[in-house]
Design a protein around this ligand. Structure first.
Ligand SMILES: Nc1ncnc2c1ncn2[C@@H]1O[C@H](COP(=O)(O)OP(=O)(O)OP(=O)(O)O)[C@@H](O)[C@H]1O
Length: 526
């Protein structure tokens, strides 16, 4: 029997009359089914059920919270944790992810018998309303091509998928197809051949290596631009480096990342063309030359140390070789930390006073295609043309190749977090058409270098006087020495000159917010 609740003297609003704009409005949708009363509150579903006895829970403030304000027959489930709801054979089911341990989510299903079908349309509307509130504008029942790197991280990706990820996807009624990568670069081949109409998402159960291959696989399609704009590439953190998930899902825990993907909003992502020799590849995360590249790629033999190998590699180099002389030309968009911070705040609506310059000034290749790009779209194939040419072309007229004889660290980021503890590019935004470029001299006194290292872990790198922080739309870097490391998204490429150019919003991913990274923004003293 479905009843319209008239508690507190107010007749129930019929949810079928709610439009999207009413989703967070009053009054909430209420109903009674199978002896339980349901109420759609602003951020959560409240269920009063005399059959429900609150369990003692160690992690009570997450998926399922005991309600101390009423009585212990009331369950409160945050919308973020609700995975699905439907009527099956006269039974209302509500499935949600319950936090069963500190790191685990387990799907649970509540069932309530519907004893009469007389008000079924009301119940259907209520379910629609519940799912609207639980998913906002996120696509429900996403169609997900899952790729598993069997050697990612410590070889546990398949285990994490089976235990932590797949149950969440299935409970949310996602359409899933799983493929295990058979060899290096296989993920790129799968992406290159994928039917972009069949899938919404390619989800990489891996480190950052598979998403890199997938973006580049999509880039090799004849309709690369369309493919990159259509398929959302996401990472489910099962590798050593899980920066993509940290920035977009806000976690490096596979179960919570799976939930974030289920709830994820489509988000445009800048991708960066890297030309080196005769190759053109896409980077989505970072490029580095100098101490960061060396600390990562030059310590592969120390993998047994875990993440400590980066710090170890960094400190060893600080005490030894600290400069990597290069010539660098930069297409600068903003060259001032205060302006960068202010633009970031404007973008996130933290200040008043006009639109963010970062977003509105540079012409988006997707929003306002130029003539050349339009030609490429009408040709229907490939990546956008390069505005700044390749490493083999003359420099763009506005760029100047400048010697950096004492360069210690050249680090360019498209996302904020590089590791769980390292918000290295706090001003990074997913589709501002810019990379965040950090350059640090290598000849500063050791004490100041150690202060810098300390500031990285504290999230204070942006404000350090020795750190030059710029928003750039492209650059060229040419090492002067014969040997060293260049890292593109954590992958080693030849130690020779390369050029980078940002394509605003060329790629697509999913994120919790739909517009920013899960990181605190740039901070300056005062
Ligand atoms: N079956 C396979 N055999 C060998 N290599 C594979 C296989 N599947 C994927 N790879 C490769 O594993 C590499 C690392 O992938 P990934 O980033 O997922 O893991 P990771 O643990 O974070 O690794 P790393 O720390 O080495 O970057 C990629 O270059 C990918 O091509």
């Amino acid at each position: 029997m479905i009843e319209r609740d008239t508690v507190e003297g107010s007749p129930l609003l019929d949810p079928s009359t709610l439009s999207d704009g009413d989703i967070h409005g009053d009054p909430p949708g209420r109903l009674k089914v199978g002896g339980a009363a349901f109420e759609l509150r602003e951020d959560s579903l409240w269920i009063s059920d005399s059959n429900y006895v609150e369990e003692s829970k160690g992690f009570s403030c997450f998926g399922l919270r005991p309600n101390n304000r009423k009585n212990n027959n009331t369950q409160i489930i945050l919308y973020h944790y609700i995975l699905w709801s439907e009527i099956i054979q006269n039974t209302l089911t509500i499935t949600y992810a319950e936090r069963t341990t500190k790191t685990r989510l387990t799907p649970k299903t509540l069932t309530y018998t519907v004893t009469s079908t007389s008000n079924n349309s009301y119940l259907e509307s209520w379910i629609t309303n519940l799912l609207h509130r639980s998913n906002h504008t996120a696509k429900k029942r996403k169609r997900i091509k899952v790729l598993i790197n069997p050697f990612g991280g410590q070889g546990k990706a398949a285990k994490y998928y089976a235990r932590d990820i797949e149950p969440i996807f299935r409970a949310a009624k996602c359409d899933i197809s799983v493929e295990t990568t058979q060899r290096k670069s296989h993920a790129g081949v799968i992406a290159e051949e994928i039917d972009i109409e069949r899938w919404d998402v390619i989800a990489c159960c891996s480190g950052d290596g598979l998403p890199y291959e997938v973006f580049n696989g999509l880039a090799r399609k004849p309709d690369a631009k369309v493919a990159l704009g259509k398929i959302a590439v996401v990472q489910l953190p099962c590798g050593t480096g899980n920066a993509m998930s940290l920035n977009l899902n806000g976690t490096d825990n596979p179960a919570f990342a799976a939930l974030a993907v289920v709830k994820g909003l489509r988000t445009s992502l800048d991708l960066v063309s890297i030309t080196q020799g005769d190759t053109r590849t896409l980077s989505f995360l970072s490029q580095s030359v100098g101490i960061v590249a060396e600390s990562d790629l030059g310590t592969e033999n120390l993998r047994w140390m875990g993440n400590a190998r980066f710090t170890y590699g960094f400190l060893v180099r600080l005490l030894g070789k600290t400069v990597w002389p290069c010539d660098i030309a930069v297409g600068v968009e903003i060259d001032d930390k205060t302006a960068i911070r202010d633009e970031y705040r404007k973008y996130h609506g933290q200040t008043t006073g006009g639109d963010s310059k970062i977003i509105s000034s540079s012409s988006s290749e997707l929003d306002t295609p130029n003539e050349t790009l339009t030609t490429s779209i009408s040709a229907g194939a490939g990546l956008p043309p390069l505005r700044y040419g390749t490493i083999n072309d003359p420099l763009p007229p506005s760029w100047t190749l400048t010697p950096y004889p004492n360069l210690g660290n050249f680090y360019c980021g498209n996302m904020a977090y590089m590791t769980a503890d390292t918000n290295f590019f706090p001003a990074a935004l997913p589709s501002d058409g810019c990379l965040d470029l950090v350059t640090i001299p290598g000849d500063i006194p050791l004490k100041r270098s150690l202060t810098l290292l300390d500031s990285v872990g504290k999230g204070r790198i942006f404000e350090q006087p020795d750190v030059r922080y710029r928003k750039v739309s492209g650059y060229r870097i040419v090492p002067r020495e014969a040997e060293g490391y260049v890292s593109i998204d954590g992958e080693r490429v030849p130690f020779e000159g390369f050029q980078a150019e940002v394509h605003r919003g060329l790629g697509t991913t999913l994120s919790r917010s739909g517009r920013g990274y899960e990181a605190s923004g740039p901070v300056l003293p005062g």
